[in-house]
Design a protein around this ligand. Sequence first.
Ligand code: GP9
Ligand code: MN
Length: 637
Amino acid sequence: MLKREWPKHSILAIAIIATWLKTYIVYKTAFSITIDNALQEFILFINPLSMLLFLYGVALFFKSEKAKNRYLLAMTLLTSAILYGNVAFYRFFSDFITLPLLFQTQNFGDLKSSAAASIFWTDIFYFSDFLIVLLAIKFLPTAKISEKASSVQRKAYFILSAALMFFNLGLAEAERPQLLTRSFDREMLVKNIGMYNYHLYDVYIQSKSQAQRALANGSELVEVTNYVSSTQAEPSEEMFGIAKDRNLIVVTLESLQTFVLNNEMNGETITPFMNELTKDEDTIYFPNFYHQTGLGKTSDSEFILENSLYPRGGSAVFFTHSGNTYNSMAEKLGENGYFTNVQHANTKSFWNRDIMYQAFEIDEFQDIESFTVEEGQAVNWGMKDVPFMQQSVEHMTEMPQPFYSRLLTLTNHHPFYLDEEDKFISEFDSNSGTLNRYFQTARYLDEAVKELFDELKAKGLYENSIIVMYGDHYGISENHNAAMSQYLGKEITPYETAQLQKVPFFVHIPGYGEGHVNEEIGGQIDMRPTILNLMGVESDDDIQFGDDLFSEEHEEFTVFRDGRFITGENVYAGGTCYDQETGEIDDPAGCEPFVERALQQLNYSEAIINGDLLRFYDEQTGELLTDEAPAATNVAE
Ligand code: GP9
Ligand code: MN
C-alpha cells in the first residue's frame, strides 16, 4: 500500500517543495527584506508554504494523472509569473505590486518601458520549479494508476494546510499586531504572510473598496454638501493671505503629545526650544488641539491634513482607498503655482505612501533613498531626526519656489530608543520603560526642530517661509496609564485619557510679530482650512469637515475618530459627559445634541471615502457632477 501511495503524489510533493524553496531563495536574493531576528527569518521561510499547499493541493481532486500534472504545471507557471512580476517590478520601483498601481494610468507607461529593460536570460531561474516539475513528470517512474486521493487523505491534507496557515498568521500577529487590519507596509506583509497570501489580501481589500465605489453615485453628495455648507465657518479675513506666496513647510512631530510641552520631568525641561516657540512673537500656538487619527496613525494624520476628511474606522485609508479622487491641499497649492513635496527617511511603501501621494498629486516624494545615512545616524525606524532636518533643508534649497514641503519626523517613535550621545535628559523612573524613554526622545525631537529653524536661517529660506508643525497622534497608549498617572500626579480617568489626545499645533510666520497662545479648541481636521486661508487660497467651496481656527465663527467641537468629542463646555468620553474644564462628571444634556452630530460627521466622511464621492464634485465650481455617475443604484450607508 505504502509503496503505491508514495509515488502517486510525488509530483505534487516535488512541485510544492520546488516552488517553496525557490520562493524563499527569491526573497533572499531579489528583494531587500529586512530581517531583525531569528523568528522573522523563520516566518519568512515558512510563509510561502500554506498558500502553496492549498493551491497545489487542488490537484488531489483530479482523477486522471495527466490532468493533475497539467494542473500542477499551470500552477507553477502562475506562481512563477506572480513572483517574477514582482521581481521585475522591484528592480525598478523597489516595491511590491499592488492593484491600484496597475490601474493608475501614469504608472503604466513607466511599467511598460521598464519591463523590457529589466529582463535577463538568467531570469529563467524564476521558472525553475516549472522546469523541475516538467522533468519530474517526464522522467520519474510514477505510478500510472489513475485514482484520486481518498477523501480521508484529502481531509487530512487540507486540515494540515489550514493548521499551517493559522500557525503562520499567529506568528505574524505576534510579530506585528494588527497587521491585517492596518496593513502598515507591503514589505511587512510579504515578510509575514508571504508573497502569495499578500496578493490575495491585496485583491481582497481592493475589491471590497471597488465594490462600494461601483454602487455609489453623485446624488449621495447632495446631503453631504448641504451639511458641510450649512456648518462651515466663514474663514478669517484678517488672517487671509498673511503668508501668501511664501514657502510652506509642514512638520509632522512624531508621537508628540502636548503634555510634555511647558513641562518638566524630574526637574528637567523636556522641550526647551518648542517651549520658547509657544511664547514667540511670530508664533501662534494652540494648546487645546487634538489628534483625530485612527488605526492609520501617522498616515491618518496626513490624510486629515491634506483633505480635512476623517480617516476610516477599522483600517488605514492610505491602503484601502489610494485609488480615490481627492482634493488635497497639495493639489490645491499645486494649482496655485506651488511645487509640492514630502520628505521622510523611511521606505516609501510604508503606509502605502508612494501610491497615496500620487492620488494627492504631490509632485515629489523624497523617501529614504534621497537621504545619506552615515554610520550612527539611524535609530528606531530609520534616520535620526537631526541629520534628517539638515538634509531636508538642503533638499529645499534645490526646489523651485514657492514650495510646499512636508517633513515627517521619525525618532520619537515607539519603542523610543536613542543612542547615548542623543540623550540630553535622563530617563523617567516609572515602571514603564516606554514612558521613561519617551521624555528623552521627545527632548531629541525638540533638538531636531531647533535644527530645522537654524538650517532654514543658515540657508536663507527662513524669512520667506511659514512653518506649521503638528503632533500626529499619541505616543503613550493607555497601556501605560499607571506610569502616566505617576508622572501627572493624578488618576487617569476617561476624561484624562481624552485630554491626553492633545497634540501641539504651531503656526510660525517669521516677521508676523503678533504671536500668541490661541486657546481655541480644535483638531487636525481644521489644519487644511486654516493653512489655506493663511496662504491666501480660498477653500470655501471645498468639501471639508474642519474650519479655519482663526475664524470668529469657528465652533469648538472636535470629534475623535472613535466618536469621543470635545466641545467648549464638555468632554464626551467612555459614554460619559464631563465638564471640559474641571473633569467632573456633568449633566449628560450638555453632550446629547453633539453625540448625534459627531456620528453624522464621521459617517458623511466615511461615505465620501467609501463611495469615492469626490469624483462627482467639481472643486472649481462647487457643482455636483451627478450626470457622470457610472452606476444607477444608490446605496444606503
Ligand atoms: C512610518 C512613520 C511612523 O513611516 O510614519 O508611522 P506610525 O507608526 O507613527 O504611524
Ligand atoms: Mn506617527
